[in-house]
Design a protein around this ligand. Sequence first.
Ligand code: ADP
Length: 428
Amino acid sequence: MTHPWRAEGAVLVWGLAAAFLIGWLENRIDLALMVLFGAYLGRHLYYLRHLLAWLQESSPLLPDGTGIWAEVFHRLRLMQRRHQRRKRRLGKMLKRFRQATEALPDATVVLDENFTIEWFNPAAAQLLGLRKRDMGLRIHDLLRSPRFVEHLRRRRFEHPITLPAPPNERLQLEIRVISYTKDRYLLIAQDVTQIRLLERQRRDFVAHASHELRTPITVLKGYLETLIDTEEAVSEPFRPVLERMDQQIRRLQYLIDDLLYLGRLETSRNETRRQKPVDVGRLLDDIRRETEQCHDRHAPLQLEIASPARLLGNEEELRSAFTNLIVNAVKYTPADGSITIRWYETDDGACLEVSDTGEGIEPEHLPRLTERFYRAPGAEIRNPTGTGLGLAIVKHVLNRHDGRLEIDSRPGHGSQFRCHFPSQRVCP
Ligand code: ADP
């Protein structure tokens, strides 16, 4: 028996002893026992009443109690103290969390599963124009931009969207929605006006510089070609020098063309009126023929059109992306290798695959290949006029077509470049 039960037993034993003694003295043991059990029951009822009052919070204190009740009340008091300490700790944490989110320069809004506003910080009031009375309203009833409404409707939050701030249209906000539990979302809006301005200035600078460089380079190229073609104009030892100059000038020209094209991809809007179902089989056949005509000795190009599916997109952009992949395969594969171009449907859309048996790429370079100007070591030997911008263009075009690029390669065995397109882009 545990200690509290011993105490309770003692209460009972002493009570019985007293009842027997009094009953024996008064010659009424039955009455004395009844009084004893009545008093015993009354004691329990008394403590139960206190316990109930305490649980209902109508009494702040618990009595000390006797017997088993002393232990019960003691344990409850310990629990209450532990609970109060935890509550104080949580309260402090919550306060610190609120102070931190209130100090955040980014707007933070907590939304429920229907995008109803549950809480927001002061930056949200400033950047999104939310007011205390908006609590309980749905965020898209307040931020009514059709793009934002569509973004929430689709519930695909991998990418942020950029919108003008409702209280001040000159501010650009990058809005990111994060699902942090099954039925709660966090909306974070960041003021990216300065970043966007700098990006635009950078793009304009590159576009202007490329544009300005184009004319002098065309003139230089013209003179150089005339010199090379006029036999008596240049003595024989200088001929290789001029040919190398011609090669570098051609490289400069490609570089400028690629930079201007990338700039156009970045700045032009992805207009739906320019999107139409593109016959990928025919497009690939055109590109194959053009590539074969433009390159002298190259590995054979094999075309496998496994699906008649067409792709909803901008034909000129798709042509540029696919040409880059196919020309790369030609450039980086020796003439005794082979190149296969495949167009096929997948479970979730369609795929263009360009695979070659060329030199392949070391794994550490794969993640960086789509960066501008990134070229794996040794690329300049195989492709001296390469710019390092081709795969950046491919990535951009795929982004504009909701697609993604996947690259597999094994050094010495070859590479596969796959462009995956989602089913909503594929027309049967
Ligand atoms: P580049 O003008 O140098 O070809 P890209 O952006 O098209 O520029 O390609 C970037 C780099 O990726 C290339 O420099 C080359 O190192 C590598 N690469 C691209 N395609 C292939 C391929 N089919 N085989 C091997 N390496 C490739």
